[in-house]
Design a binder for this molecule. Structure first.
Ligand SMILES: [Zn+2]
Length: 280
């Protein structure tokens, strides 16, 4: 069986209480697994999972979200859109992740990412500033980011730690961010991300990263403005960071509209008054 991921995936799901579940890190994980197992035919929303964990285990929401993600090292628990929410069906053993080990980046890829020898955020270099550079996932793996070179950048350890703790504050949106990054069009990725934050402010850096996740978007600001042609209302605020002196911009969706049936891009082009083909 070793090395045969596809075969592993076909094994039936263990019943709650099975010794197979000893692979899970804690008893709480096993209880959450049991809940998802019982709800296989009627998968719960994250709200229901949180309510179960709060009632049965007295757990805080952020803890529950993290544990559901932990389960994914062993089992497939995809976030599937159902109406306005996502449901979390337990569908099988996770492909190739059962060992809990993820394939690391190749030495060659690492070298390629680090080749500029400069932190992509603060611009410091190992030679001049004695910083240590690490390979950073622009969109974290847990949020659906890939090992694709376009999703990797060199960061100094300090910037990397700062980014990690900043992003950790958005952990509760992890599944929605991952779902937004799956949208095939940049307008869709930006719009779904703004929606995911449910009226909360979204940092512009994160929008740029999610917009560019499948294809680099130099002009994602323009893509975001174009959403107004579909009836969206998006506001922004600028806040000066007292520590770095840099001004950060945040956006939030005040109002949104459903996506058109066909391509978002062509619907926007159709409605764009500056598009001379639309003048009759
Ligand atoms: Zn840096």
């Amino acid at each position: 069986m070793a090395g045969d991921d596809s075969g592993m995936n076909d094994e039936p799901l263990p019943q709650p209480g099975s010794p197979d579940l000893d692979v899970l890190p804690t008893e709480v994980h096993r209880l959450l697994y049991a809940y998802l197992y019982e709800r296989r035919d009627n998968p719960p929303t994250m709200r229901e999972i949180r309510a179960y964990a709060a009632d049965t285990l007295g757990e805080a929401h952020a803890q529950t979200d993290r544990r559901v993600r932990d389960l994914r090292d062993y089992f497939d628990v995809p976030a599937v859109r159902s109406g306005r929410e996502h449901v979390y069906p337990l569908t099988g053993w996770s492909k190739g992740k059962k060992s809990g080990q993820r394939k690391g980046l190749s030495t060659r890829l690492r070298a390629e990412v680090l080749a500029p020898q400069r932190c992509a955020q603060c611009g410091r270099t190992p030679l001049t500033h004695e910083v240590v550079l690490v390979v950073d996932h622009k969109l974290p793996r847990e949020w659906g980011g890939t090992d694709d070179i376009d999703n990797l950048q060199p960061l100094c350890e300090e910037c990397n730690a700062g980014k990690k703790s900043f992003y950790a504050t958005y952990d509760e949106y992890a599944d929605e961010i991952a779902a937004a990054s799956m949208h095939p069009e940049p307008h869709g990725r930006i719009g779904e991300l703004l929606k995911a934050f449910r009226g909360d402010w979204v940092p512009s850096g994160l929008i740029g990263v999610v917009a560019s996740i499948q294809q680099y978007q130099e002009d994602w600001h323009k893509r975001m403005r174009e959403l107004r042609l579909l009836g969206w209302k998006i506001s922004y605020k600028r806040v000066k960071d007292p520590q770095t002196g840099r001004t950060n911009t945040w956006y939030r969706a005040e109002h949104w509209e459903p996506w058109p049936d066909g391509s978002v891009r062509s619907e926007i082009a159709r409605r764009d008054p500056s598009n001379r083909h639309n003048i009759r």
